[in-house]
Design a protein around this ligand. Structure first.
Ligand code: SAM
Length: 246
């Protein structure tokens, strides 16, 4: 349990320790001095509690430390692909307290832990399915404001596009955490990222690509449907396939 006074809100229900201004953590060493948290509300109205959000166990927290605040609100709908036991998803559930997080996982062992976490969080909806087959869970999931994907498979971009086609609202966002070594264990990482981003660009507009502090061989890609990205104020007009990453 942490003291609220140590933290300041940096946007959409995400808190950061006062000593470390938002977006200042450009590397793992800066990030390790920075603390993030969300606020979990008790179901019975019995108060609220800070849930510390460790960037070492959450790529989304690492992305936020690089200054990207996800475009979600209290009432957003989120589809989370590759939820594991629901650790990062539980922070999203804190943020979208009047919305929903559909948490999808295909490992039976991990799914048990995920279901038990969902029991105390009514806005987390567990789905036991393979993300390669959105048609199998399309009857369960509404159109969403955000698809967040953290899946270590060879066809990460393909999975993201298939799910975006089924579930992403016209003005919705995709945050894809690409793990290069799951796609190819030997090829040049930059080439892998470039190919994956080019694949996404066939159907989506890339707003940003971000290297994450503390995660080697990972790239966060933030994308949006083509029609809405044209007027998106958060778009990085220079974003394209990441041939050169810092
Ligand atoms: C890196 S872990 C996710 C960690 C989690 N995002 C977090 O931050 O708490 C990746 C998860 O994706 C799941 N996964 C991999 N391929 C999948 C697929 N095709 N469909 C659904 N889940 C998948 C794995 O079982 C694993 O639990």
């Amino acid at each position: 349990m942490n003291d609220f006074a140590d933290y300041t809100e940096i946007g959409c229900g995400i808190y950061q320790s006062r000593a470390s201004p938002a977006g200042q953590a450009s590397n793992a060493s800066n990030a390790s001095q920075t603390r993030l948290a969300t606020v979990s509300r008790q179901e019975d109205g019995g108060g609220q509690e800070f849930q510390v959000w460790d960037f070492r166990h959450s790529k989304l927290a690492a992305l936020i430390l690089k200054g990207y605040i996800p475009q979600i609100t209290e009432s957003s709908l989120v589809l989370y692909l590759g939820a594991a036991s629901g650790s990062t998803a539980s922070h999203i559930s804190d943020i979208v307290q009047n919305g929903l997080v559909y948490v999808l996982e295909f490992s039976p062992t991990v799914m048990k832990k995920l279901i038990s976490r969902c029991e105390s969080r009514p806005n987390m909806i567990p789905i036991f399915a393979d993300a390669n087959h959105p048609e199998r869970y399309s009857y369960l999931v509404d159109k969403v404001d955000l698809i967040y994907q953290d899946i270590a498979q060879r066809n990460q971009a393909e999975i993201a596009l298939a799910n975006a086609e089924y579930f992403l609202k016209d003005d919705g966002y995709l945050i894809l955490m690409i793990k290069a070594r799951s796609i190819d264990s030997t090829a040049d990482t930059k080439e892998i990222f470039k190919k994956e981003v080019e694949e996404l660009q066939k159907r989506l507009s890339i707003l940003k690509t971000v290297k994450l502090p503390g995660y080697r061989d990972h790239l966060a890609v933030i994308a949006r449907g083509r029609s809405s990205a044209a007027t998106d104020p958060t778009a990085d007009s220079t974003a394209s396939a990441p041939t050169r990453q810092p």
